[in-house]
Design a protein around this ligand. Structure first.
Ligand SMILES: Cc1ncc(COP(=O)(O)O)c(C=O)c1O
Length: 372
């Protein structure tokens, strides 16, 4: 089998393959930095989106202070690649995972985790006492998403006070992520909801500081809220992930702020009927929990998966009249913008990063499938 090489044209790639347009990804990074430029906050991008140490290094080179990951197994991949300042943004619970964390933190002491229960904190403390090592922790509070996190306000203060009993746990900060707000399509409503979540976060930060907890890290924000979050003086870091690639769902919500930089290139396998084509990208190549992928630069063409391995493209008679019928021949290729980048990336082994159609880098998606 031919192994694609740097300098090859995209046409050498087998399909479906995952492509990154480097000009567009760099544009998105620069845009976010420009938007954060006037604020005091630092960028700790969420690496669960890209799952790739090389991309993490690009973000660090662009000024990120470190990264977030969701899982211990993702942290292992990033730490092994030399990314030391990591925050694990999901609670680490269960002895197998805690054992893994202990091993990892012994090698990489800058790794931090969130906690939201005394039981969870006690288990972590017990494990770190055995090796006599400290663990940096952040309290996660629920700012309205109702996923994990303890109640903001006095409950959080009382929780922080109780954490003092744990000898190995060092309270470094607080996380309040408003995941329920990111993709609200109405921008006024998104702002209103974000401000509500930020009131919960910032008032808790003030209470905790008054109670004697310095909280050097206050982290929040995703791609849909990052700028507003960064405008609050209490916030020290933001943790967006999707800004890098911008999927079709985010593009629908945010409009043309960032530009989609990630696509799946696919081949037309069959033209069974007028106004229909079958491509080689189905459920195993494009996730659909955030809606359908969108054919890139092909107005009037609609995609839906047709089982695991196939996808259906349809178009209307009017579009056909514009010449689409002739364009979409068996063997032709087209690119699709995933509706949700995180879950689509997790389906692939490799990124083919290109500039104007010429492959510039080939990166392993090393944290792909790392869900533990
Ligand atoms: C805790 C946490 N922080 C940050 C993010 C990044 O959000 P986005 O990809 O919308 O920028 C996520 C995404 O789910 C998350 O769960």
């Amino acid at each position: 089998m031919y192994q694609p090489r740097i300098g090859d044209e995209l046409a050498v790639l087998d399909t479906p393959s995952l492509l990154v347009d480097l000009d567009l990804m760099e544009h998105n990074i620069a845009l976010l930095q420009e938007r954060l430029h006037r604020s005091h906050v630092q960028l700790r991008p969420h690496l669960k989106t890209a799952k790739c140490p090389e991309i993490a290094q690009i973000l660090l080179a662009a000024g990120a202070i470190g990264g977030c990951v969701s899982k211990v197994s993702e942290a292992e991949v990033m730490a092994q690649a030399g990314i030391e300042d990591l925050l694990i943004t999901s609670e680490v619970v269960g002895q197998p995972k805690i054992n893994r964390l202990v091993q990892l933190v012994e090698q990489h002491p800058q790794i931090k985790v969130v906690v939201d229960s005394l039981d969870g904190a006690a288990a972590l403390d017990q494990a770190f006492q055995l090796v006599q090592k400290p663990l940096d922790i952040l309290i996660e509070i629920d700012v309205g998403q109702h996923r994990c996190g303890i109640e903001p306000g006095e409950v959080a203060v009382s929780f922080a006070q109780q954490l003092r009993q744990f000898r190995c746990l060092r309270l470094r900060g607080i996380q309040g992520y408003q995941g329920h707000v990111q993709l609200i399509a109405d921008s006024d409503e998104r702002e209103r909801m974000c401000r509500q979540s930020m009131r919960a976060l910032t008032s808790t930060v003030r209470l905790l500081r008054e109670a004697g907890f310095p909280l050097e890290i206050v982290t929040t924000g995703g791609t849909g809220t990052v700028e507003l979050c960064a405008s609050y003086p209490e916030v020290t870091e933001v943790q967006p992930g999707s800004f890098l690639f911008i999927d079709a769902h985010y593009r629908r919500v945010l409009g043309p702020v960032y530009t989609p930089a990630l696509t799946v290139v696919s081949t037309i396998l069959s033209r069974p009927a007028p106004y229909r084509a079958i491509i080689d990208a189905g459920l195993k190549s494009l996730s659909i929990e955030s809606g359908m992928a969108e054919p890139k630069d092909r107005d009037g063409l609609y995609y839906q998966p047709f089982g695991d391995e196939h996808g259906l493209l349809e178009w209307t008679q009017e579009v056909a009249a514009r010449g689409m019928e002739q364009v979409l021949k068996v063997g032709d290729r087209l690119e699709l913008i995933p509706s949700h980048c995180d879950t689509t990336i997790n389906l692939f082994d490799t990124y083919y990063a290109h500039r104007k159609g010429k492959i510039e880098a080939i990166w392993s998606i090393a944290a792909r499938g790392k869900v533990q």
